[in-house]
Design a protein around this ligand. Structure first.
Ligand SMILES: NC(=O)c1ccc[n+]([C@@H]2O[C@H](COP(=O)([O-])OP(=O)(O)OC[C@H]3O[C@@H](n4cnc5c(N)ncnc54)[C@H](OP(=O)(O)O)[C@@H]3O)[C@@H](O)[C@H]2O)c1
Length: 304
């Protein structure tokens, strides 16, 4: 198998300025791997590329050994209000990447989501579990998976990430939790919304290891257990030595959110296959919370 991410060569990261993209750039630098960032901040609107040749013009000059697509519109309300934006980025771009990969022979990773599953129980879904995408974000991401998988060199990762995005206009879930814990005012912690969230740096490392070992196809990469939002907040509070007293444990309103947007709630992923392929366990909730706390300390959001 080709050792793509560890071979000498360049990794192009699409969406490098985002939560996962920043973690990927950091992990690639840590590994001494050459990396190129592409997103609108570098002047490239990936949703506006009209053809495979237009995509090739962006990628080919870097002669990549691997491309990772972490570009997305993660603002669910934006996807619902402007579905054309979501479908161009989440579905058409992976379709173009699949075609480009078939022509160039370059392996690539499509980062997908776990936003496909709902129910009244905390279930770990394997790669064959039936999906029920509840909104335009999820529908367009699922279409992107199918298009990506037309490429034999695609690794499609379903995941859930927590971390520091560093964009004041779009705080991540973890940044919102930290602000709420520090604010000391009552805030909700849902007991019936579950996920197996991995810290973004942990996800980046697993992604590069799996791609580097030449794995292909659809794979879950997440924490080894799924917990409720409320339990995750408690774990993070403990890791940060903060009081989770202001959190009020409660059921999530249905439909969730002030704008009535339908959201998936039982997002747990079964990561048995990924753990077997990696040859190591993926982190549990306590390890994810510790890693997240370390990131917040490193960026001086909390005292070291
Ligand atoms: N965050 C989560 O909770 C979560 C959970 C499960 C799965 N995921 C998946 O994980 C991946 C990474 O998510 P994330 O949270 O890191 O996303 P994010 O922080 O919202 O970042 C999205 C990235 O996409 C880029 N982007 C958006 N529109 C673009 C466009 N038209 N052209 C070029 N670049 C564009 C953004 O950069 P510019 O603004 O500079 O263009 C940014 O770098 C996505 O596939 C997402 O679906 C995320």
């Amino acid at each position: 198998m080709q050792d793509a991410a560890n071979a000498a060569g360049t990794v192009v990261v699409l969406g490098a300025s985002g939560l996962l993209g920043q973690a990927l750039m950091h992990e690639l630098a840590r590994r001494g791997q050459k990396a190129v960032a592409l997103s609108r901040r570098q002047g490239v609107d990936l949703a506006a590329l009209p053809s495979v040749s237009a995509l090739a013009e962006e990628l080919d000059p870097h002669a990549p050994s691997l491309v990772v697509n972490a570009a997305a519109i993660t603002d669910l309300a934006h996807c619902e209000e402007r579905p054309q934006d979501a479908w161009l980025l989440h579905a058409r771009l992976p379709g173009l990447l699949a075609h480009w990969s078939r022509c160039s022979g370059v392996p690539w990773v499509q980062v997908s989501t776990d936003h496909y599953f709902s129910g009244s129980a905390n279930v770990l879904h394997d790669e064959n579990a039936p999906v029920a995408p509840p909104n335009e974000y999820a529908r367009s991401k699922f279409a992107g998976e199918a298009l990506a998988l037309t490429s034999p060199l695609a690794l499609v990762l379903r995941t859930n990430i927590v971390g520091r995005r560093g964009w004041p206009a779009l705080p991540s879930f973890a940044e919102w939790v930290l602000a709420a814990l520090q604010g000391g005012k009552p805030f909700p912690g849902y007991t019936d919304a579950w996920a197996s969230s991995l810290e973004a740096g942990q996800c980046a490392a697993a992604l590069l290891d799996l791609a580097g070992a030449g794995h292909r196809g659809l794979l879950n990469v997440a924490a080894s257990e799924s917990v409720s939002k409320a339990d995750f907040i408690t774990a993070l509070a403990q890791a940060l030595c903060l009081d989770d007293g202001p959190m009020k444990r409660q059921h999530r309103p249905t439909p969730a959110g002030a704008n009535g947007l339908a959201r998936a709630n039982a997002l747990g992923l079964d990561v048995s296959r990924a753990q077997n392929l990696l040859g190591r366990p993926l982190p549990n909730t306590a390890a994810v919370a510790q890693a997240l706390a370390a990131v917040f300390k490193e960026h001086h959001h909390v005292p070291a």
